[in-house]
Design a protein around this ligand. Structure first.
Ligand SMILES: *Cc1c(COP(=O)(O)O)cnc(C)c1O
Ligand code: SF4
Length: 441
């Protein structure tokens, strides 16, 4: 990347992307201000969880005076509390011994104990075409196919809570990726019921524009006219908004978006925004208006996370700010049962209260957001509320998306449980022995 560019005759410094990983913790100047013990704990946690942070996040988003409690600090820095005591002690020992082989084996063991692929992700959703399993493609809901381009399986920074964390840790047995867009095209040609393709990762916008184009271009072919919407999941707005504004190929990216829109397809950027502060910097706002100017639309989603955004005021602020900028609030997710779930999880009962309280203080235009929603094995399950029916306290649930299309929009009930954090901890209400989606054989 060139360091400088000429703007109106002045040489302006062009922001350069730099990232730090667990090998460069000591090179992060701001960390030096934190207590030694905490830095050591972070060092242990970064052996297991993916860690990478861009200079932009360090310099523009994190409030270092509030660290380590700062939500943006917690967003990217794995903390020792994310590991159980035994794992921490073992890591400490292995690090002290300088035993690299032992460390690798230990880290492998700890990671595999963290439910790396919840909801049957690695197996259950991989489609088969002409007798071959298509790795890097997932087809769970009838209308929507997910595509994981191999070059997009990384991010500008990593979220400490990431449910895609197996994608980043260099363990191939945990990874989902495809390098052949032709397989995607063949599959789509054979599946006219698919109207949406979601390109996801990682973050597909870490790819150069030319590479992204080599994926998008084939999707615009007339024989794929049934593909009406192309979605791109991205966190670049929060972690590296320069991607849309000042990177070498950001203009080319905008022209590419325009071409997709001109083809008559809907282009939707599914932006992951976890905290309203991410939308504050001028460059992030510029990025939003440049994207909107191409005719692409922006929709937002985020999980609800302890330490980061477990406060209705934070969500209300975030949704209001999004509506103001022209981003449509789309999903509030329940944090998945993977990785450091115990650390980030919010009980479903509390998640629903946070959603409700935030929803109550925003206008109708922000009430496009659905949630709190669990992406579980049978589908996306929304907690609609808590009610009392015939003296029994229950959760009212709804299937927003279903592995079986006939399940969609089906309301159902579970016994109220103040502590439950995920669908598999819930019991059917009214003395029934199974939920409607559980088969009776
Ligand atoms: C959420 C999700 C989708 C998209 O669902 P929409 O309701 O269309 O937004 C598609 N596939 C998988 C596996 C998902 O989790
Ligand atoms: S941006 Fe998304 S995929 Fe990347 S680390 Fe964060 S949650 Fe994971």
């Amino acid at each position: 990347m060139r360091a400088n560019m000429l703007v109106d005759g002045f040489v302006q410094e062009k922001p350069r992307y730099r990232a730090y990983t667990h090998r460069h913790l000591d090179a992060i100047p701001q960390l030096a201000g934190l207590p030694r013990e905490l830095r050591h704990g972070i060092r242990l946690a970064t052996q297991v969880f993916p860690f990478r942070v861009s200079n932009y996040v360090l310099d523009e988003l994190i409030d270092w005076d509030a660290a380590p409690d700062d939500p943006l600090f917690r967003l990217v820095f794995p903390m020792p509390e994310m590991l159980h005591d035994k794992a921490l002690a073992d890591l400490d020992q292995a690090l002290a011994n300088g035993d690299q082989e032992g460390m690798r084996a230990l880290v492998f063991r700890i990671r595999h104990g963290l439910n790396p692929h919840p909801a049957g992700q690695l197996d259950a959703n991989i489609p088969v075409h002409e007798g071959r399993r298509l790795h890097g493609i997932q087809h769970k809901y009838r209308e929507t196919v997910l595509y994981f381009p191999a070059q997009g399986q990384t991010c500008h920074s990593y979220c400490s809570f990431c449910f895609r964390w197996p994608q980043f840790v260099g363990d191939r047995s945990l990874r989902i990726a495809s390098s052949r867009v032709s397989e995607l095209v063949d599959y789509l040609r054979a599946h006219p019921e698919v109207s949406d393709v979601l390109i996801t990762g990682g973050d597909p916008l870490v790819m150069q524009t030319s590479r992204l184009e080599s994926i998008l271009h084939p999707l615009l072919a007339p024989e794929l006219a049934h593909v009406r919407t192309i979605r791109i999941g991205t966190k670049a707005l929060g972690y590296w908004p320069q991607r849309f504004v000042s990177d070498e190929d950001s203009d080319a990216l905008m022209r590419l978006f325009e071409r997709v829109v001109a083809s008559g397809r809907q282009l939707a950027l599914m932006v992951h925004v976890n905290h309203p502060r991410e939308l504050g910097p001028e460059i992030a706002r510029q990025a939003v208006s440049r994207i909107r100017a191409t005719g692409a639309m922006l929709r937002s989603q985020s999980p609800l996370l302890r330490w980061i955004n477990d406060d209705p005021r934070v969500w209300a602020r975030m949704w209001r700010e999004q509506v103001r900028l022209g981003i449509v609030p789309y999903y509030m997710f329940v944090e998945r049962d993977t990785g450091a779930h115990h650390y980030f999880a919010i009980p479903l009962a509390r998640a629903w209260e946070i959603y409700r309280d935030a929803y109550r203080c925003v206008s109708g235009l922000a009430r496009t957001v659905r949630g709190p929603s669990m992406s579980a094995w049978p589908g996306k399950v929304e907690v609609q509320g808590v009610a009392e029916v015939n003296g029994e306290k229950v959760f009212v649930l709804r299937m927003i998306q279903g592995r079986n299309p006939n399940w969609v929009q089906q309301p159902f009930f579970a016994r109220f449980d103040e502590a439950a954090t995920w669908l598999d901890e819930l019991e059917p209400a009214f003395g029934q022995d199974r939920f409607f989606f559980q088969s009776d054989c």
